[in-house]
Design a protein around this ligand. Structure first.
Ligand code: GLC
Length: 477
Protein backbone atom coordinates (compact mmCIF):
# COMPACT_ATOMS: atom_id res chain seq x y z
CA UNK A 1 0.00 0.00 0.00
CA UNK A 2 1.12 3.53 -0.75
CA UNK A 3 2.42 5.11 2.44
CA UNK A 4 0.19 8.15 2.15
CA UNK A 5 -2.89 7.89 -0.01
CA UNK A 6 -4.44 11.05 -1.35
CA UNK A 7 -7.86 9.44 -1.23
CA UNK A 8 -9.28 6.08 -0.27
CA UNK A 9 -9.71 4.01 -3.42
CA UNK A 10 -10.59 0.66 -1.98
CA UNK A 11 -7.72 -0.21 0.35
CA UNK A 12 -6.01 -3.54 0.30
CA UNK A 13 -8.84 -5.51 1.89
CA UNK A 14 -11.84 -4.12 -0.01
CA UNK A 15 -10.59 -4.81 -3.55
CA UNK A 16 -13.28 -7.39 -4.22
CA UNK A 17 -16.23 -5.41 -2.94
CA UNK A 18 -18.72 -4.53 -5.63
CA UNK A 19 -18.02 -1.03 -7.14
CA UNK A 20 -21.15 0.86 -6.07
CA UNK A 21 -20.75 -0.31 -2.45
CA UNK A 22 -17.06 0.54 -2.61
CA UNK A 23 -17.94 4.04 -3.73
CA UNK A 24 -20.20 4.49 -0.72
CA UNK A 25 -17.53 3.07 1.58
CA UNK A 26 -15.01 5.49 0.11
CA UNK A 27 -17.23 8.42 1.08
CA UNK A 28 -17.05 7.41 4.74
CA UNK A 29 -13.47 6.14 4.90
CA UNK A 30 -11.82 8.99 3.00
CA UNK A 31 -12.24 11.17 6.07
CA UNK A 32 -9.52 9.16 7.79
CA UNK A 33 -6.88 9.64 5.13
CA UNK A 34 -4.00 11.96 5.93
CA UNK A 35 -2.39 13.39 2.81
CA UNK A 36 1.26 14.38 2.56
CA UNK A 37 0.15 18.00 2.98
CA UNK A 38 -1.71 17.10 6.18
CA UNK A 39 1.41 15.37 7.48
CA UNK A 40 3.57 18.43 6.76
CA UNK A 41 1.02 20.62 8.47
CA UNK A 42 0.77 18.42 11.57
CA UNK A 43 4.58 18.38 11.89
CA UNK A 44 4.53 22.19 11.67
CA UNK A 45 1.81 22.32 14.35
CA UNK A 46 3.93 20.26 16.75
CA UNK A 47 6.98 22.43 16.05
CA UNK A 48 5.04 25.60 16.73
CA UNK A 49 3.40 24.22 19.88
CA UNK A 50 6.79 23.17 21.30
CA UNK A 51 8.33 26.55 20.43
CA UNK A 52 5.50 28.45 22.13
CA UNK A 53 5.64 26.25 25.25
CA UNK A 54 9.39 26.85 25.44
CA UNK A 55 8.91 30.62 25.43
CA UNK A 56 9.99 32.70 28.42
CA UNK A 57 7.00 34.99 27.80
CA UNK A 58 3.97 33.76 29.80
CA UNK A 59 1.44 35.11 27.26
CA UNK A 60 3.05 33.11 24.42
CA UNK A 61 3.50 30.07 26.61
CA UNK A 62 -0.15 30.04 27.60
CA UNK A 63 -1.14 29.79 23.91
CA UNK A 64 0.49 26.38 23.63
CA UNK A 65 -1.17 23.04 24.34
CA UNK A 66 2.22 21.63 25.41
CA UNK A 67 4.01 22.09 28.74
CA UNK A 68 7.71 21.56 27.85
CA UNK A 69 8.40 20.99 31.52
CA UNK A 70 11.93 21.07 32.86
CA UNK A 71 12.03 17.74 34.72
CA UNK A 72 15.14 18.83 36.71
CA UNK A 73 16.82 15.55 35.68
CA UNK A 74 20.24 16.30 34.20
CA UNK A 75 22.09 13.02 34.64
CA UNK A 76 21.48 10.03 32.39
CA UNK A 77 22.74 6.53 33.22
CA UNK A 78 26.55 6.44 33.46
CA UNK A 79 27.30 2.83 34.40
CA UNK A 80 28.57 3.62 37.90
CA UNK A 81 25.24 2.95 39.67
CA UNK A 82 25.37 0.76 42.77
CA UNK A 83 22.86 -0.07 45.51
CA UNK A 84 19.10 -0.49 45.73
CA UNK A 85 16.46 1.85 44.33
CA UNK A 86 12.70 1.64 44.07
CA UNK A 87 10.39 2.73 41.30
CA UNK A 88 6.66 3.37 41.68
CA UNK A 89 4.83 3.61 38.37
CA UNK A 90 1.34 5.15 38.38
CA UNK A 91 -0.40 6.22 35.21
CA UNK A 92 -3.27 3.96 34.28
CA UNK A 93 -5.51 1.36 35.83
CA UNK A 94 -2.46 -0.60 37.02
CA UNK A 95 0.49 0.49 39.05
CA UNK A 96 3.83 -1.19 39.52
CA UNK A 97 6.43 -1.33 42.24
CA UNK A 98 9.95 -2.00 40.97
CA UNK A 99 13.13 -2.83 42.87
CA UNK A 100 16.40 -2.27 41.00
CA UNK A 101 19.54 -3.71 42.63
CA UNK A 102 22.54 -2.16 40.89
CA UNK A 103 26.03 -3.60 40.83
CA UNK A 104 28.49 -1.47 38.85
CA UNK A 105 25.82 -0.14 36.54
CA UNK A 106 24.03 -3.45 35.96
CA UNK A 107 20.54 -3.76 37.44
CA UNK A 108 18.77 -6.81 38.76
CA UNK A 109 15.03 -6.06 38.57
CA UNK A 110 12.01 -7.24 40.57
CA UNK A 111 8.56 -6.02 39.47
CA UNK A 112 5.15 -6.38 41.07
CA UNK A 113 1.95 -5.28 39.33
CA UNK A 114 -1.23 -4.13 41.16
CA UNK A 115 -4.66 -3.46 39.63
CA UNK A 116 -6.55 -0.36 40.81
CA UNK A 117 -10.30 -1.01 41.07
CA UNK A 118 -12.73 1.26 39.22
CA UNK A 119 -14.21 2.80 42.40
CA UNK A 120 -10.74 3.89 43.53
CA UNK A 121 -10.11 5.65 40.19
CA UNK A 122 -13.18 7.84 40.69
CA UNK A 123 -13.03 8.28 44.50
CA UNK A 124 -11.07 10.91 46.48
CA UNK A 125 -7.39 11.13 45.59
CA UNK A 126 -6.41 10.28 49.20
CA UNK A 127 -8.14 6.90 48.71
CA UNK A 128 -6.19 6.24 45.50
CA UNK A 129 -2.91 7.07 47.25
CA UNK A 130 -3.87 4.92 50.27
CA UNK A 131 -4.37 2.04 47.86
CA UNK A 132 -0.95 2.62 46.31
CA UNK A 133 0.82 3.03 49.67
CA UNK A 134 -0.68 -0.25 50.76
CA UNK A 135 0.79 -1.89 47.65
CA UNK A 136 4.23 -0.60 48.66
CA UNK A 137 3.69 -2.07 52.14
CA UNK A 138 2.76 -5.43 50.58
CA UNK A 139 5.87 -5.28 48.36
CA UNK A 140 8.14 -4.76 51.38
CA UNK A 141 6.45 -7.65 53.16
CA UNK A 142 6.62 -10.01 50.20
CA UNK A 143 10.33 -9.38 49.65
CA UNK A 144 11.25 -9.24 53.38
CA UNK A 145 12.48 -5.68 53.18
CA UNK A 146 10.69 -4.21 56.18
CA UNK A 147 13.50 -4.38 58.71
CA UNK A 148 15.91 -2.11 56.78
CA UNK A 149 17.41 0.66 58.82
CA UNK A 150 18.41 2.74 55.77
CA UNK A 151 15.62 4.21 53.67
CA UNK A 152 15.49 3.03 50.06
CA UNK A 153 15.39 5.93 47.57
CA UNK A 154 12.26 5.87 45.42
CA UNK A 155 11.64 7.38 41.98
CA UNK A 156 7.94 8.09 41.50
CA UNK A 157 6.68 7.81 37.93
CA UNK A 158 3.50 9.89 37.96
CA UNK A 159 2.07 10.03 34.46
CA UNK A 160 -0.36 12.90 34.46
CA UNK A 161 0.22 16.46 33.24
CA UNK A 162 2.05 18.28 36.01
CA UNK A 163 4.19 21.34 36.59
CA UNK A 164 7.60 20.38 37.97
CA UNK A 165 8.65 22.50 40.95
CA UNK A 166 11.79 20.67 42.10
CA UNK A 167 13.27 17.21 41.51
CA UNK A 168 10.79 15.80 44.01
CA UNK A 169 7.76 18.02 43.82
CA UNK A 170 5.13 18.71 41.18
CA UNK A 171 1.67 20.23 40.89
CA UNK A 172 -0.94 18.14 39.08
CA UNK A 173 -2.63 20.12 36.30
CA UNK A 174 -5.48 17.72 35.55
CA UNK A 175 -6.31 14.03 35.70
CA UNK A 176 -6.41 12.26 32.32
CA UNK A 177 -7.03 8.73 30.97
CA UNK A 178 -8.94 6.48 33.43
CA UNK A 179 -8.39 8.64 36.52
CA UNK A 180 -11.29 10.88 37.48
CA UNK A 181 -10.87 11.59 41.22
CA UNK A 182 -12.90 14.71 42.12
CA UNK A 183 -9.80 16.34 43.67
CA UNK A 184 -6.10 16.29 42.81
CA UNK A 185 -5.44 19.17 40.40
CA UNK A 186 -3.34 21.79 42.20
CA UNK A 187 -1.95 19.19 44.61
CA UNK A 188 1.52 17.67 44.81
CA UNK A 189 1.50 13.91 44.07
CA UNK A 190 4.63 13.38 46.18
CA UNK A 191 3.00 14.98 49.19
CA UNK A 192 -0.12 12.86 48.63
CA UNK A 193 2.06 9.74 48.46
CA UNK A 194 4.09 10.66 51.54
CA UNK A 195 0.94 11.33 53.56
CA UNK A 196 -0.59 8.03 52.41
CA UNK A 197 2.63 6.19 53.35
CA UNK A 198 2.43 7.78 56.81
CA UNK A 199 -1.15 6.56 57.18
CA UNK A 200 -0.73 3.07 55.74
CA UNK A 201 2.89 2.05 56.02
CA UNK A 202 4.67 4.25 58.58
CA UNK A 203 7.36 1.66 59.21
CA UNK A 204 8.22 1.09 55.55
CA UNK A 205 11.70 2.55 54.94
CA UNK A 206 11.32 4.53 51.69
CA UNK A 207 12.17 8.07 50.69
CA UNK A 208 10.86 9.72 47.53
CA UNK A 209 13.83 11.44 45.85
CA UNK A 210 12.43 12.23 42.39
CA UNK A 211 9.08 12.44 40.61
CA UNK A 212 8.72 12.30 36.81
CA UNK A 213 6.43 11.29 33.97
CA UNK A 214 6.59 7.85 32.33
CA UNK A 215 8.19 9.41 29.24
CA UNK A 216 11.13 10.54 31.37
CA UNK A 217 11.50 7.21 33.14
CA UNK A 218 11.26 5.36 29.81
CA UNK A 219 14.02 7.60 28.46
CA UNK A 220 16.18 6.70 31.48
CA UNK A 221 15.47 2.99 30.96
CA UNK A 222 16.20 3.34 27.23
CA UNK A 223 19.46 5.11 27.98
CA UNK A 224 20.46 2.19 30.21
CA UNK A 225 20.38 -0.15 27.18
CA UNK A 226 21.33 2.28 24.41
CA UNK A 227 23.42 5.42 24.90
CA UNK A 228 21.86 6.95 21.76
CA UNK A 229 18.44 6.98 23.50
CA UNK A 230 17.61 10.68 23.84
CA UNK A 231 13.81 10.48 23.48
CA UNK A 232 11.33 8.58 25.66
CA UNK A 233 7.92 7.91 24.10
CA UNK A 234 4.82 6.37 25.62
CA UNK A 235 2.36 4.69 23.30
CA UNK A 236 -0.01 3.03 25.70
CA UNK A 237 -3.25 4.11 27.33
CA UNK A 238 -2.05 7.66 26.61
CA UNK A 239 0.71 9.18 24.47
CA UNK A 240 3.50 11.61 25.33
CA UNK A 241 7.23 12.22 24.84
CA UNK A 242 10.25 13.54 26.73
CA UNK A 243 13.71 14.34 25.36
CA UNK A 244 17.18 15.49 26.30
CA UNK A 245 17.36 19.22 25.61
CA UNK A 246 20.47 21.42 25.54
CA UNK A 247 20.32 24.07 28.27
CA UNK A 248 21.05 26.77 25.66
CA UNK A 249 17.76 25.99 23.91
CA UNK A 250 15.63 26.48 27.01
CA UNK A 251 14.39 30.05 27.15
CA UNK A 252 13.23 29.78 30.74
CA UNK A 253 16.36 28.10 32.11
CA UNK A 254 17.31 29.50 35.52
CA UNK A 255 19.55 26.71 36.83
CA UNK A 256 23.32 26.44 36.66
CA UNK A 257 25.29 25.67 33.49
CA UNK A 258 27.58 23.03 34.92
CA UNK A 259 28.10 19.83 32.99
CA UNK A 260 26.10 18.02 31.78
CA UNK A 261 24.72 20.95 29.83
CA UNK A 262 21.40 19.31 29.22
CA UNK A 263 18.21 18.43 31.04
CA UNK A 264 15.30 16.13 30.26
CA UNK A 265 12.23 18.06 29.09
CA UNK A 266 8.77 16.50 29.25
CA UNK A 267 6.83 17.76 26.23
CA UNK A 268 3.37 16.76 27.59
CA UNK A 269 1.92 16.75 24.08
CA UNK A 270 -1.27 14.73 24.66
CA UNK A 271 -3.32 17.93 24.75
CA UNK A 272 -2.21 19.07 21.26
CA UNK A 273 -5.33 20.39 19.56
CA UNK A 274 -7.23 21.42 22.69
CA UNK A 275 -7.13 25.04 21.53
CA UNK A 276 -7.98 24.14 17.93
CA UNK A 277 -4.62 23.70 16.16
CA UNK A 278 -5.62 20.26 14.81
CA UNK A 279 -9.17 21.21 13.80
CA UNK A 280 -8.19 21.07 10.12
CA UNK A 281 -7.80 17.30 10.29
CA UNK A 282 -10.06 16.08 13.09
CA UNK A 283 -12.63 13.49 12.05
CA UNK A 284 -16.27 13.32 13.01
CA UNK A 285 -15.47 10.12 14.95
CA UNK A 286 -12.73 11.77 17.00
CA UNK A 287 -15.19 14.51 17.94
CA UNK A 288 -17.87 11.96 18.89
CA UNK A 289 -15.36 10.03 21.00
CA UNK A 290 -14.33 13.19 22.78
CA UNK A 291 -17.91 13.74 23.93
CA UNK A 292 -18.10 10.18 25.27
CA UNK A 293 -14.76 10.33 27.09
CA UNK A 294 -14.01 10.89 30.79
CA UNK A 295 -12.48 14.28 30.04
CA UNK A 296 -14.24 15.98 27.09
CA UNK A 297 -12.45 18.84 25.26
CA UNK A 298 -9.17 17.76 26.78
CA UNK A 299 -6.24 15.72 25.41
CA UNK A 300 -7.45 15.95 21.80
CA UNK A 301 -4.37 14.44 20.13
CA UNK A 302 -4.06 11.60 22.65
CA UNK A 303 -7.59 10.52 21.73
CA UNK A 304 -6.44 9.72 18.15
CA UNK A 305 -3.74 7.29 19.23
CA UNK A 306 -4.01 6.20 22.88
CA UNK A 307 -4.85 2.57 23.57
CA UNK A 308 -7.80 3.74 25.61
CA UNK A 309 -9.37 5.15 22.44
CA UNK A 310 -8.43 3.07 19.35
CA UNK A 311 -11.18 0.49 19.89
CA UNK A 312 -13.87 3.13 20.36
CA UNK A 313 -12.77 4.99 17.21
CA UNK A 314 -13.15 1.78 15.20
CA UNK A 315 -16.51 1.07 16.84
CA UNK A 316 -17.85 4.55 16.05
CA UNK A 317 -16.91 4.06 12.40
CA UNK A 318 -18.64 0.69 12.33
CA UNK A 319 -21.74 2.34 13.83
CA UNK A 320 -21.72 4.81 10.93
CA UNK A 321 -21.07 2.15 8.29
CA UNK A 322 -23.87 -0.05 9.68
CA UNK A 323 -26.21 2.95 9.61
CA UNK A 324 -25.31 3.39 5.93
CA UNK A 325 -26.00 -0.32 5.33
CA UNK A 326 -22.35 -0.93 4.42
CA UNK A 327 -21.50 -3.53 7.07
CA UNK A 328 -23.29 -6.27 9.07
CA UNK A 329 -26.32 -6.07 6.75
CA UNK A 330 -27.12 -2.67 8.27
CA UNK A 331 -27.60 -4.01 11.82
CA UNK A 332 -24.96 -3.34 14.43
CA UNK A 333 -24.49 -6.47 16.60
CA UNK A 334 -25.79 -5.81 20.17
CA UNK A 335 -22.32 -6.46 21.60
CA UNK A 336 -21.01 -3.45 19.65
CA UNK A 337 -23.77 -1.09 20.65
CA UNK A 338 -22.47 0.16 24.03
CA UNK A 339 -19.72 2.79 23.81
CA UNK A 340 -16.24 1.44 24.64
CA UNK A 341 -17.33 -2.16 23.91
CA UNK A 342 -14.50 -2.65 21.41
CA UNK A 343 -11.07 -2.69 23.01
CA UNK A 344 -7.51 -2.11 21.80
CA UNK A 345 -6.87 -5.80 22.49
CA UNK A 346 -9.51 -6.75 19.91
CA UNK A 347 -8.13 -4.23 17.43
CA UNK A 348 -4.69 -5.77 17.91
CA UNK A 349 -6.20 -9.20 17.26
CA UNK A 350 -7.79 -7.96 14.01
CA UNK A 351 -4.59 -6.23 12.97
CA UNK A 352 -2.53 -9.37 13.51
CA UNK A 353 -4.06 -10.95 10.41
CA UNK A 354 -1.58 -11.16 7.57
CA UNK A 355 -2.35 -10.88 3.85
CA UNK A 356 -5.45 -12.78 2.75
CA UNK A 357 -5.70 -14.79 5.98
CA UNK A 358 -8.48 -13.15 8.01
CA UNK A 359 -8.83 -15.85 10.66
CA UNK A 360 -8.08 -13.54 13.61
CA UNK A 361 -10.67 -11.03 12.44
CA UNK A 362 -13.25 -13.81 11.99
CA UNK A 363 -12.53 -15.06 15.54
CA UNK A 364 -12.77 -11.53 16.96
CA UNK A 365 -16.11 -11.01 15.21
CA UNK A 366 -17.40 -14.36 16.42
CA UNK A 367 -16.47 -13.43 19.99
CA UNK A 368 -18.46 -10.23 19.42
CA UNK A 369 -21.52 -12.26 18.48
CA UNK A 370 -21.26 -11.98 14.67
CA UNK A 371 -21.54 -15.71 14.17
CA UNK A 372 -21.20 -15.88 10.41
CA UNK A 373 -19.53 -12.72 9.07
CA UNK A 374 -19.53 -12.51 5.27
CA UNK A 375 -16.42 -11.72 3.26
CA UNK A 376 -17.38 -8.04 2.84
CA UNK A 377 -17.88 -7.58 6.60
CA UNK A 378 -14.50 -9.09 7.34
CA UNK A 379 -12.86 -6.89 4.69
CA UNK A 380 -14.53 -3.71 6.00
CA UNK A 381 -13.62 -4.43 9.63
CA UNK A 382 -9.99 -5.10 8.70
CA UNK A 383 -9.87 -1.94 6.59
CA UNK A 384 -11.35 0.28 9.30
CA UNK A 385 -9.04 -1.13 12.01
CA UNK A 386 -6.02 -0.60 9.79
CA UNK A 387 -7.00 2.93 8.80
CA UNK A 388 -7.68 4.04 12.38
CA UNK A 389 -4.40 2.58 13.66
CA UNK A 390 -2.36 3.87 10.74
CA UNK A 391 -3.81 7.33 11.22
CA UNK A 392 -2.92 7.25 14.95
CA UNK A 393 0.60 6.07 14.15
CA UNK A 394 1.01 8.82 11.53
CA UNK A 395 -0.07 11.56 13.91
CA UNK A 396 2.30 10.46 16.67
CA UNK A 397 5.08 10.16 14.11
CA UNK A 398 4.47 13.78 13.13
CA UNK A 399 5.14 14.74 16.76
CA UNK A 400 8.30 12.65 16.74
CA UNK A 401 9.44 14.10 13.39
CA UNK A 402 9.05 17.62 14.81
CA UNK A 403 10.96 16.66 17.96
CA UNK A 404 13.79 14.96 16.07
CA UNK A 405 14.15 18.00 13.81
CA UNK A 406 14.32 20.25 16.88
CA UNK A 407 17.11 18.13 18.41
CA UNK A 408 19.14 18.13 15.18
CA UNK A 409 21.24 15.04 16.01
CA UNK A 410 22.88 12.79 13.43
CA UNK A 411 21.28 9.73 15.04
CA UNK A 412 18.78 9.19 17.81
CA UNK A 413 17.15 6.22 19.46
CA UNK A 414 13.56 6.60 20.62
CA UNK A 415 12.91 4.44 23.68
CA UNK A 416 9.25 3.38 23.63
CA UNK A 417 7.08 1.77 26.28
CA UNK A 418 3.33 1.16 26.29
CA UNK A 419 0.85 -1.51 25.31
CA UNK A 420 0.02 -0.12 21.85
CA UNK A 421 3.61 -0.13 20.62
CA UNK A 422 4.41 -3.38 22.40
CA UNK A 423 1.39 -5.44 21.32
CA UNK A 424 0.14 -3.99 18.05
CA UNK A 425 1.92 -6.00 15.37
CA UNK A 426 1.98 -3.23 12.74
CA UNK A 427 2.34 0.01 14.70
CA UNK A 428 6.11 0.17 14.34
CA UNK A 429 5.79 -0.29 10.58
CA UNK A 430 3.10 2.39 10.25
CA UNK A 431 5.31 4.82 12.18
CA UNK A 432 8.29 4.10 9.97
CA UNK A 433 6.17 4.91 6.89
CA UNK A 434 6.39 8.53 8.08
CA UNK A 435 9.73 8.52 9.90
CA UNK A 436 11.46 6.78 6.99
CA UNK A 437 9.81 8.88 4.26
CA UNK A 438 12.27 11.26 2.61
CA UNK A 439 9.50 13.85 2.17
CA UNK A 440 9.53 14.43 5.93
CA UNK A 441 13.20 13.71 6.45
CA UNK A 442 15.05 15.44 9.24
CA UNK A 443 18.51 14.11 8.23
CA UNK A 444 18.59 12.16 11.46
CA UNK A 445 18.93 8.42 11.58
CA UNK A 446 16.01 7.35 13.78
CA UNK A 447 15.74 4.04 15.58
CA UNK A 448 12.62 3.05 17.51
CA UNK A 449 13.17 0.50 20.29
CA UNK A 450 10.76 -1.16 22.69
CA UNK A 451 11.80 -0.77 26.32
CA UNK A 452 9.39 -3.10 28.02
CA UNK A 453 8.47 -1.99 31.56
CA UNK A 454 10.72 1.01 30.99
CA UNK A 455 8.34 3.40 32.71
CA UNK A 456 8.59 1.50 36.02
CA UNK A 457 12.24 0.48 35.86
CA UNK A 458 13.26 3.95 34.73
CA UNK A 459 11.69 5.39 37.90
CA UNK A 460 14.15 3.39 39.99
CA UNK A 461 16.99 4.30 37.60
CA UNK A 462 16.09 8.00 37.89
CA UNK A 463 16.31 7.70 41.68
CA UNK A 464 19.94 6.60 41.27
CA UNK A 465 20.79 9.42 38.87
CA UNK A 466 18.92 12.04 40.95
CA UNK A 467 21.05 11.20 44.00
CA UNK A 468 24.21 11.43 41.90
CA UNK A 469 23.06 14.81 40.61
CA UNK A 470 22.28 16.08 44.13
CA UNK A 471 25.68 14.90 45.33
CA UNK A 472 27.33 16.86 42.52
CA UNK A 473 25.47 20.00 43.63
CA UNK A 474 23.81 20.50 40.24
CA UNK A 475 21.04 23.10 40.35
CA UNK A 476 18.07 23.17 37.98
CA UNK A 477 16.48 26.43 39.04
C1 GLC B 1 -0.99 11.34 29.51
C2 GLC B 1 -0.27 12.10 30.63
C3 GLC B 1 1.22 12.12 30.39
C4 GLC B 1 1.72 10.71 30.18
C5 GLC B 1 0.94 10.05 29.04
C6 GLC B 1 1.37 8.62 28.80
O1 GLC B 1 -0.83 12.05 28.33
O2 GLC B 1 -0.77 13.40 30.72
O3 GLC B 1 1.90 12.70 31.49
O4 GLC B 1 3.09 10.75 29.88
O5 GLC B 1 -0.44 10.05 29.36
O6 GLC B 1 1.10 7.83 29.90
Amino acid sequence: MEPITEDWKGGQFCKNIEPSKKKKLAKVLSELVLTADDIERIIAVFTQQMDMANSAKPDIRSKSDHLMENTHIRQLMDGTENGEYLGLDLGGTNYRVVLAKFKNGVADITIQNYVIPEHVLSGPSSGAFDFIADGIRQFFEKYNMKGRTKKIPLGFTFSFPSRQKTLKSQTLVTWTKSFKCPDGPGLDPVQLLEEALQRNAPDVPVEVVVVMSDTTSTLMAGNYVDKKARIGLILGTGCNAAFVENLDNIERWSGDRKDPQHVIVNVEWGATGDKGCLDFCRTKYEKQLDQLSNHPKSFTFEKSVGGLYLGELVRLMLVELAKEGLVFGGYLPPSLQPPWSLTATQITQIESDKGDDSSNTVSALKELGVSDPDADDVAVVREVAEMVCRRGAYVVSCGLAALVKRMGLAAVTVAIDGSVYERHPKFHGYMMEILGDSRFDSNTQIELILVKDGSGQGGAFAAASALRQLAAGIRCQ
